[in-house]
Ligand binder design. Structure first.
Ligand code: HEC
Ligand code: HEC
Length: 343
């Protein structure tokens, strides 16, 4: 009797599910946005998050199929334990060990960004993947060929059908799936966050002093709780831009020469080496750069040239305090969150 009830229940269930569309299998997901962050930039109305969409995006992110050689996935250069940057690599390291010219950017809190890459060459999250995929020094593949490989896979066809209700995988759904995953990469649970949101975390006297110094000396550029104002600036790392002109490469405007994205400093303890070309290897070197290493050039940010003297005045103990503060931006939950990891 019991068995009969269960059986007929499940038969009914199957019939009911067949009558609905794919959304029945695919629950919508609402992202929890941190209260200390501004409004996101990404428009979720154009790409509503779903469980199946996020899962599919994650699979694509870790799949070498997106590259010509089958081994270089997004996750190859963006590794979770180092906040999704490529730890230990000054510049990107792609197919056949080819080297690029820029340091892999960490990825988190992307839905708050208006522009992407060190030079801001892309202005929508959905179009970011085309850049590494088609770059001969990174994944060296074509979108067309990636779509062909995905369409040849029974598994991916089923996954796209479930997530987007499509029978053929086209670029729109492919790019949306990747964004669904990368949109979820939110880092907002560091000790600093729990301190500013009054969630019971304390900062030490030295960390608080570092925070006060940071606010007066660094936060004009590394602004808000995203720790970037999203602008492009020349922080005096070099005065020779023949190798990399930065933002000028996108705008063709000479006043943008040597300007690079102000990077977020979240998880900065784990994102070394630092700067667009990975030339600095420790936070001590970064602070020494700001105090004594700033190079003058025509586009040097005026904030770094006070009364004709380049740099930011800092004593050794102030530098140490700022570094202690920067380490409170480490978000251990984010770096180990199973929802983001390959396995
Ligand atoms: C070969 C290494 C490599 C691979 C593979 C790679 N990236 Fe990147 N990624 C980089 C580098 C280097 C940068 C910075 C490049 C620049 O600014 O010119 C970057 C930048 C980014 C950014 C910009 C972050 C910001 O703050 O502006 C995002 C997002 C991103 N990658 C996502 C992806 C995705 C998604 C994939 C897979 C489709 C991928 N990457 C594959 C090396 C890589
Ligand atoms: C005038 C704006 C400005 C000010 C002020 C400033 N920065 Fe930066 N910062 C930048 C820019 C731009 C970059 C990237 C430059 C590049 O790669 O060429 C950067 C890069 C960094 C990086 C490297 C991050 C990474 O992922 O590579 C760290 C760390 C850093 N800044 C910390 C600080 C600290 C600490 C202060 C205060 C002492 C400070 N910054 C003040 C603009 C600024």
């Amino acid at each position: 009797m019991r068995l009969k009830v269960i059986l007929s229940g499940s038969v009914l269930g199957v019939i009911a599910l067949m009558a609905f569309d794919f959304h029945v299998f695919n629950r919508p997901v609402e992202l929890k946005l941190p209260s200390n962050f501004p409004e996101p930039v990404y428009d979720f109305k154009t790409n509503p998050l779903t469980e199946a969409g996020i899962q599919l995006g994650k699979e694509l992110f870790y799949d070498g199929k997106l590259s010509r050689t089958g081994v270089v996935s997004c996750g190859f250069c963006h590794q979770q334990p180092s906040a999704f940057t490529h730890h230990g690599h000054e510049v990107s390291h792609g197919v056949d060990d080819r080297l690029g010219k820029r340091n892999s950017l960490p990825i988190s809190n992307l839905i708050w960004m208006k522009t992407f890459f060190w030079d801001g060459g892309v202005n929508h999250l959905d179009f970011v993947p085309l850049n590494p995929m088609e770059n001969p020094l990174e994944m060296d593949e074509t979108l067309e060929n990636v779509l062909k490989k995905l369409n040849e896979s029974e598994h991916y066809r089923a996954a796209f059908r479930q997530a987007f209700g499509v029978d053929e995988i086209k670029s729109t759904e492919f790019l949306k799936a990747l964004s669904q995953f990368t949109a979820t990469l939110i880092s907002a649970n560091s000790r600093y966050d729990k301190y500013v949101r009054n969630e019971g975390a304390q900062l030490t006297a030295q960390e608080l002093n570092g925070l006060a110094l940071f606010k007066s000396k660094c936060s004009s550029c590394h602004a808000t709780d995203l720790f970037t104002d999203g602008s492009y600036r020349n922080n005096g790392i070099t005065s020779d831009f023949r190798f990399d002109k930065g933002r000028e490469e996108v705008t063709s405007d000479v006043t943008d020469r040597g300007k690079f994205k102000v990077p977020s400093l979240r998880n900065v303890e784990y994102t070394d080496p630092y700067m667009h070309d990975g030339r600095l290897t420790s936070l001590e070197e970064v602070l020494n750069h700001y105090s004594d290493g700033v190079k003058i050039s025509e586009t040097l940010d005026p904030l770094l040239l006070k009364d004709g003297r380049p740099g930011i005045a800092l004593t050794e103990s102030e530098k140490a305090d700022i570094i202690t503060f920067l380490k409170t931006l480490t978000d251990k939950e984010f770096l180990a969150d199973k929802r983001f990891s390959e396995y």
